[in-house]
Design a protein around this ligand. Structure first.
Ligand code: ZN
Length: 382
């Protein structure tokens, strides 16, 4: 999914082309550098972003005047006769929310706009039955979390939603995939009924998980994320952005064919990777089925990694967060092939089962700061 700007991940040479005058992307670059890196001095900001000292000074002054940043003097040695100041995000009136809708639960995470999580709660719910009932429950959970966090009366600036279905188009509608009739064509923007003016970003769960993991890893600009547990999903991040493809469907590996398998798949086909993996996570799965599924999924991941050459391959979902025979077999299948053809390591998700929820919140925070960094949107979003 593209559309939001994580410009802090641009290389200095890429930034240079945008540097001639302090355009809004420069404001966003600086805001994101402060937001992601915590407090920094003006000198640190120049180093991290590659922006010149005069541009940093000008834009920081603007952002301080607008109430987005504050500068606090650092006690300690004074260099070159001038006191050093630390630049921090200014406390904001608004807050942000992440909502993770999985096949069997709904979770909500609330944070201040500096990213400090203030509430995190979850309920079991049979999501697959119906989109309307699911979003009714999500609204109730969100309202309850806001009340318990003492945030009533403050403004929800942006929310991010992660859904376990393909999400397509500019209006972020659930794709009519056919095997979840209560969800075909569901419109999260209408169903969630947020206050007018609240920004909403909707992602497929694998995309949200990839965002969550990408934001946790300061060294990775590209990663392949695979969610294994309640279903199989994957997403690809390239150049610090999750890659959506032409139809927001990039990263779908569930219906790659597994040679020799005759298992029926929910898509109507036979021998799909999704069917093989779904069988392996069933408590009644045999050791042979788990071995075969691990080898198949590990092999597919190794071939994909060979094609895109990511920094890292991340195993998420319940299987990634709970190492057991299946995760071990996936890693063995991956390493057997990967060791011969490339070097991207496979590791468990840093956030465990929370990659999607944190990713949805990260997306909301990014939307919120994008709006705040744009002078015309600032009054609107405040
Ligand atoms: Zn299939």
């Amino acid at each position: 999914m593209t559309g939001s700007l994580y410009l802090h991940r641009l290389q200095p040479t890429e930034l240079f082309t945008r540097m001639s005058t302090p355009q809004p992307p420069t404001r966003l670059t600086l805001l994101e550098s402060v937001r992601r890196g915590g407090a920094s001095t003006r000198g640190d900001l120049g180093q991290v972003t590659g922006l010149s000292r005069s541009v940093v000074a000008q834009v920081v002054s603007e952002l301080v005047a607008e109430g987005l940043l504050v500068e606090r003097r650092i006690s300690g040695p004074v260099r070159r006769g001038r006191p050093t100041s630390r630049v921090q995000l200014a406390p904001q009136q608004g807050f942000a929310a992440g909502i993770d809708v999985s096949h069997r639960h709904i979770a909500v995470m609330l944070s201040e706009l500096d990213g400090e999580v203030v509430r995190d709660q979850e309920i079991d719910f049979d999501v697959d039955v119906d989109s309307s009932a699911t979003f009714r429950m999500a609204r109730r959970l969100l309202g309850d979390a806001i009340a318990r966090a003492g945030l009533r009366g403050r403004r929800l600036v942006a929310a991010g939603v992660s859904l376990p279905f393909p999400v397509v188009g500019a209006d972020r509608v659930v794709a009519p995939v056919g095997y979840v009739p209560g969800w075909d064509g569901a419109r999260p923007h209408d169903l969630l009924r947020l206050e007018p003016g609240t920004l909403l970003v909707v992602d497929n769960d694998a995309d949200a998980g990839a965002w969550g993991e990408l934001m946790q890893d300061d060294t990775a600009r590209s990663l392949l994320f695979v969610k294994v547990g309640e279903g199989l999903g994957s997403a690809l991040a390239v150049g610090g952005q999750v890659f959506g493809g032409a139809h927001h469907m990039a990263g779908e590996i569930g219906h790659v064919l597994v040679p020799g398998s005759r298992l029926p798949c929910r898509c109507g086909g036979v021998g799909c990777l999704d069917a093989v993996v779904t069988r392996a996570v069933d408590p009644a799965a045999s050791a042979e089925e788990i071995d075969a599924a691990g080898a198949a999924l590990g092999g597919v991941l190794a071939q994909l990694a060979s094609f895109v050459d990511p920094d890292v391959v991340v195993l998420g979902g319940s299987v990634g967060s709970d190492p057991g025979p299946f995760a071990e077999r996936i890693a063995a299948g991956y390493n057997a092939l990967a060791s011969r053809i490339h070097h991207a390591p496979l590791r468990a998700a840093v956030l465990g089962r929370r990659s999607e929820l944190q990713g949805a919140l990260d997306r909301a925070l990014c939307q919120a700061w994008n709006a705040l960094a744009s002078p015309s949107a600032y009054a609107l979003a405040r």
